[in-house]
Design a protein around this ligand. Structure first.
Ligand code: PAF
Length: 293
């Protein structure tokens, strides 16, 4: 696996990979875990070459968020990617992504605004801007993201459609189902911040979500079911719930009841200083990326 840190070298390396066939990109912020490696394997099954980017993007962190403390472990991440047969690691310094004078922001309205967009103002502008840049830098035929960040995936696909992106096309942006621990907790780089006690308590999140989905599927009214979900989380030890919403899987517009279109349950809650997010399909369609069209 080759590692490059400069755009000029990246372009040469990708041009050379392209002679073998399709190139896939898996964008990450490092601190890799099994969830990321699952994305890499999915990419490997779809393309001749796999490029992984590791860039902790300052633009998607708010002023009171954990940019400084975000885990950075490039040597260990490199080893993991090498073992997965990744062809190229793109690990640019901040100045290669945001050179002096950088003045452009990609902002996707609508789908960016509720849920995490409401509790993390500017977050999705930072995500859309850096992903647009990473796409233009690497110019992959396809890209792979985790469904764990469902709203992020919806924002990126909307951006790709709206801007008529070509490398990759919106249809070539794939979502991969969330990888979970045995007790149902979604894998996340932030899980490492959980104390052993909190780690026990957080299994309540997927459990409460599954219960809510079963209740809504059985005909319970949405608003009281979501209120019961929040109460369950607070009882289990979460300090606050940023949101617990039933939403249209594609537009993320809040839903007061199930309709014809695929729906998703999305939750963000805090425990011991750590903010966890999760989402699940509600109507048995599995809410795959095709729902986002
Ligand atoms: O999901 C992430 O790791 C990041 O938000 C992404 C897509 C790499 C953009 O910085």
């Amino acid at each position: 696996m080759e590692t490059v840190e400069r755009l000029e070298k990246l372009r040469e390396a990708v041009d050379s990979l392209r002679t073998r066939g399709a190139v896939a990109l898996v964008p990450t912020m490092g601190a890799l875990h099994e969830g990321h490696l699952t994305l890499v394997r999915e990419a490997r099954g779809k393309a001749a070459s796999v490029v992984v980017s590791i860039f902790v993007n300052p633009a998607q962190f708010g002023p009171n968020e954990d940019l400084g403390a975000y885990p950075r472990q490039l040597a260990e991440d490199s080893r993991l990617l090498q073992d997965e047969g990744v062809d190229l690691l793109w690990a640019p310094p901040v100045c290669e992504v945001y050179p002096e004078g950088f003045a452009t922001t990609v902002s996707v309205s609508g789908v960016s605004e509720g849920l995490c967009g409401a509790s993390r103002p500017g977050h999705f502008d930072g995500v859309a801007t850096v992903v647009c840049k990473l796409f233009n830098q690497v110019r992959p035929d396809l890209a792979v993201f985790g469904e764990k960040d469902w709203q992020q995936l919806a924002v990126i696909r909307r951006m790709a459609r709206d801007l008529d992106l070509v490398l990759p096309r919106a249809e070539a942006i794939y979502g991969v189902p969330t990888v979970r621990e045995a007790d149902g907790l979604a894998l996340s780089s932030r899980n490492r911040y959980l104390s052993p006690e909190d780690r026990q308590s957080v299994a309540a999140l997927p459990q409460a979500m599954r219960e809510a989905i079963a209740a809504i599927g059985a005909g319970s009214a949405v608003a009281p079911t979501l209120a019961a979900l929040e109460a369950h989380l607070l009882q289990a030890g979460f300090s606050s719930v940023d949101y617990a919403e039933l939403a249209d899987a594609a537009t993320l517009a809040p839903l007061a009841e199930l309709g014809e279109r695929p729906a998703r349950l999305l939750v963000a809650a805090r425990i011991g200083g750590t903010r966890l997010i999760d989402n699940m399909p509600v109507d048995g369609t599995a809410g795959r990326v095709s729902d986002l069209s």
